[in-house]
Design a protein around this ligand. Structure first.
Ligand SMILES: [Zn+2]
Length: 151
């Protein structure tokens, strides 16, 4: 009698897990459909990431690298957005006189040295996509410029 009951309970738990998995998968599919229909010009996050599914490069061995990578992908960092807390105007790069953005820092800023050759023909989405080599290049570039503290 108790064996039958245990089998029923286990069967019931399995059934609930299957339902949760199906609901989660369906929810992600719907969210992804909405996400891919957003124009990259409307949403800067969409410009960087073309799906809602997790990227394996988001998890780094170093917590600092992980935080800096997330801030680059989101486009919000100390250097680009701390002026909002001080109620000041958006800062301009002191060397280039351009708005200080992650894109400017990675691709164009003349203050930055050691820019990888692969960045010359790349877009910000190319650099920050889910590619281990590209992410390592971006993080190394910022470290060589002693720039992680600004992100
Ligand atoms: Zn600059």
């Amino acid at each position: 009698m108790s064996t039958t009951l245990n089998i029923d309970v286990n069967h019931h738990e399995l059934f609930l897990d299957e339902i949760k998995t199906i609901i989660k998968k369906k929810y992600l599919e719907e969210w992804n459909t909405k996400w891919v229909n957003i124009s990259p010009n409307e949403n800067k996050l969409r410009k960087i990431k073309n799906s809602v599914y997790p990227w394996k490069t988001s998890n780094r061995k170093s917590r600092l690298d992980e935080v800096c990578l997330m801030r680059m992908r989101v486009g919000h960092s100390k250097i680009t957005h701390s002026h909002l807390f001080r109620r000041e105007d958006r800062p301009l790069c002191d060397k280039c006189q351009e708005p200080t953005t992650i894109e400017h820092i990675l691709l164009y800023c003349r203050n930055m040295r050691f820019r990888p050759p692969s960045f010359s023909s790349a877009s910000i989405s190319d650099i920050l996509k889910d590619n281990e080599e590209s992410i390592n290049e971006a993080l190394q570039f910022l470290k060589r410029n002693n720039y992680l503290k600004n992100l």
